[in-house]
Design a binder for this molecule. Structure first.
Ligand SMILES: [Mg+2]
Length: 404
């Protein structure tokens, strides 16, 4: 029988992702300590509450890291610039990043918004060695997205991720099998998957700090500290990991839900929420290259009575306005009873790839739809350039004026 084929795995991780996106959007932030996160009031003042979502490498030099309370980050890095997180923008950029990766292999497993594993074992004949593919992706991400990404290349997922972290930031690190034992030996045990704070403390108390020490421990002792995970962790410590790159299931629906802090009975207010949700769904759907036929409205009355209603459209759509008008129609068919609505959500499903031949509009009178399409695409461009608050539908502005 053949020997088990050696795998080629690439791990990619965008460096200081949110902060890098903000630095890209605002040239005056480049090279400066920038912290994304925190809560800002109406006057743009930063509250002491909240945590750091992402810190640029310049801010990290002062000891700032993700999940640190804002007040502490401010203390550590008084010169830091703070900016609010724009998750919709980061999700879009993330999709663009995954899209670049997917042009080299269908075996792709996103592990977070800015991190992905690729199995390129069967793609090397087409695109070159794993190193070449990783370099191509790195270059493309730099040229097309203007973002730094670190890459790690090895024969399994665990080692590829170790390699990425060894190269960060803007890294490119190849970890060949011959060097695995030597490189792992010196790393702290916490780098092993499955070792949390508690297990790390247990190991440290037993005098085991580095992976090399763990490997040379008798199985009996490891078993008593690590329990049933012992054998698996020992294999990882030796650089052995046979976990597969698992492609996520295809997207089946795109939805947004809002839970209110108090029950709502005012229809105008509910429309406003539906509009925001429809815009977010439309935007995400367009960016992922889909269109959907079924719009579902979910309404939860306090306490815990949920009503769902759907309309299936004659044609798939990804236009904010069509989603909104359909959701509004569904809303109008539901009578709002006391004590009001607790949760409101919109879902777009029956998704399909958004392929719409231009010619169709010539044989079919879709003037209205074409206009919306043009408007929507301009709005997307403005939002991508200036952020999602730059442009708002008139209905939202009118409402804001009224409440001011
Ligand atoms: Mg990252």
């Amino acid at each position: 029988m053949d020997k088990i084929r050696k795998r080629s795995i690439i791990h990619l991780d965008l460096d200081a992702f949110f902060a890098s996106v903000e630095q890209r959007a605002n040239p005056k932030y480049a090279g400066k300590p920038l912290i994304v996160g925190g809560i800002f009031n109406k006057n743009g003042e930063l509250s002491r509450r909240g945590v750091v979502c992402s810190a640029s490498y310049e801010a990290r030099k002062c000891g700032v890291h993700s999940a640190m309370p804002i007040w502490e980050a401010r203390q550590k890095c008084p010169k830091a610039i703070f900016t609010p997180a724009r998750m919709d923008l980061y999700r879009t950029v993330s999709q663009q990043f995954f899209h670049i990766c997917s042009s080299y292999t269908p075996f792709l497993e996103p592990v977070s918004i800015d991190e992905v594993f690729l199995d390129v074992t069967s793609c090397t004949a087409l695109f070159g060695t794993a190193e070449e593919i990783a370099l191509k992706i790195k270059t493309k991400v730099k040229e097309e997205l203007h973002l730094p990404v670190s890459a790690g290349i090895a024969s399994n997922k665990f080692l590829a991720k170790i390699a990425t972290n060894l190269g960060k930031p803007d890294g490119f690190f190849v970890l060949p099998d011959e060097r695995v034992a030597e490189i792992l030996a010196d790393l702290p045990v916490a780098k092993l998957w499955g070792i949390g704070d508690k297990t790390e403390q247990k190991l440290n108390r037993a005098g085991i700090f580095k992976i090399g020490q763990l490997v040379s421990m008798p199985d009996m002792i490891l078993q008593s500290i690590l329990g049933e995970n012992g054998p698996k962790i020992k294999l990882l410590a030796q650089g052995i990991d046979d976990s597969q790159v698992v492609c996520p299931e295809e997207v089946k629906s795109i939805s947004r839900e809002t839970t209110f802090s108090e029950n709502i009975t005012d229809l105008e207010q509910l429309y406003k929420v539906l509009l925001i949700q429809s815009q977010k769904i439309g935007y995400t759907t367009r960016k992922q290259g889909y269109a959907g036929k079924t719009v579902t409205l979910k309404v939860r009355f306090a306490p815990f009575i949920t009503v769902q209603k759907s309309i299936t459209l004659p044609r798939a759509t990804n236009l904010d306005n069509t989603i909104y008008q359909t959701a509004k129609e569904l809303m109008n068919s539901i009578s709002i009873r006391q004590p009001g609505i607790r949760l409101l959500g919109v879902k777009l499903s029956s998704l399909q790839q958004d392929i719409q031949p231009r010619q169709l509009s010539l044989i079919d009178n879709r003037d209205g739809e074409e206009k919306w399409k043009k408007l929507t695409s301009s709005v997307d461009k403005i939002q991508e350039k200036y952020g999602s608050s730059a442009i708002k539908r008139a209905a939202l502005l009118r409402k804001e004026k009224k409440t001011e």
